[in-house]
Design a protein around this ligand. Structure first.
Ligand code: FE2
Length: 277
């Protein structure tokens, strides 16, 4: 074997090995990421509130009931107060919702499970069908809407949801109309980058998905390809003044059934009162 053949064979072999690992192992085992989210002093009574987040199931693309069963079991074991599901339940085929909602109906949270729609859920006039199947399975869908809850401390807060910034008609002003000027709002909004557009002191935290964290990442480099409105804030917690953004890597895969250096994620965000010195 000449040198050129040897190098190409090695290159092909390691590529096939990475694809096999990313397809058969990494993309099938969700990881729990725990993060503390610091609150402003005026909302210290929300201290300890636990918000779980899962997004980007794309369940029609590479239907994986084992992955979903693992994700639901892991989320329920976290005993969250609230679960937020900020969109992209499917890629294009609404029929994929039937298998997905069987899993989502098994989610448990003290105060409720809430969904928001992503760009794939809203393209090609799929919004009504996707939202209808979620609602029928007992998962309320917040489309420019708000629901009011009470934390264990008795503190009133709101969970809100906007339509997709890419494919829907998000209307933050209509959504927040009627919310008192100092009430805390936890917002689900599929695309992360519009966090820059939203400056309202009521919104303490935006929970987003959309980026898949890159889905396929290169070691020491990061995401190779990112979507529109998901190029600036790729994954994890971001802070700006009193506002916070959490971007989850999501559960499913889009385009290719592979995740590499970017496993599926269940986020557990715990709200924390500011440290008193
Ligand atoms: Fe998306």
């Amino acid at each position: 074997m000449n040198r050129r053949k040897f190098v190409s064979l090695g290159f092909f072999g390691s590529g096939a090995g990475m694809f096999g690992y990313g397809s058969l192992i990494e993309r099938r085992f969700p990881v729990v990421e725990r993060v503390d989210c610091r609150l402003p002093e005026r909302h210290a009574e929300l201290d300890g509130l636990r918000v779980a987040a899962m997004s980007d199931f794309h369940h029609d693309d590479f239907h994986d009931d084992t992955l979903m069963a693992r994700a639901i079991e892991a989320t329920n074991a976290l005993e969250p107060d609230v679960v937020m599901l900020p969109g992209d339940f499917i890629s294009r085929d609404v029929a994929g919702m039937d298998a997905l909602v069987v899993h989502l109906a098994g989610l448990r949270a003290r105060l409720g499970v809430f969904a928001m729609l992503g760009n794939h859920d809203q393209w090609s006039r799929r919004s009504e069908a996707v939202a209808g199947k979620l609602e029928k399975a007992g998962v309320p869908v917040l489309r420019n809407a708000v629901t009011t809850l009470r934390a264990p401390s008795g503190q009133r807060f709101h969970v809100a949801g906007l339509e997709s910034a890419w494919a829907g008609r998000p209307d933050p002003h209509a959504m927040l109309r009627g919310i008192a000027s100092d009430d805390p709002v936890l917002l689900g909004w599929h695309e992360p980058d519009p966090w820059d557009w939203l400056e309202d002191r009521r919104v303490l935290l935006q929970v987003a998905g959309h980026t898949h964290g890159g889905q396929v990442c290169a070691p020491f480099y990061g995401a190779i390809q990112l979507p529109h409105l998901g190029e600036r804030y790729v994954a994890g917690l971001f802070e700006r003044d009193e506002s916070r953004l959490y971007v989850t890597r999501g559960i499913g895969s889009l385009g290719v059934p592979v995740r590499f250096c970017c496993p599926p994620e269940i986020a557990l965000i715990t709200l924390r009162a500011p440290e008193r010195v």
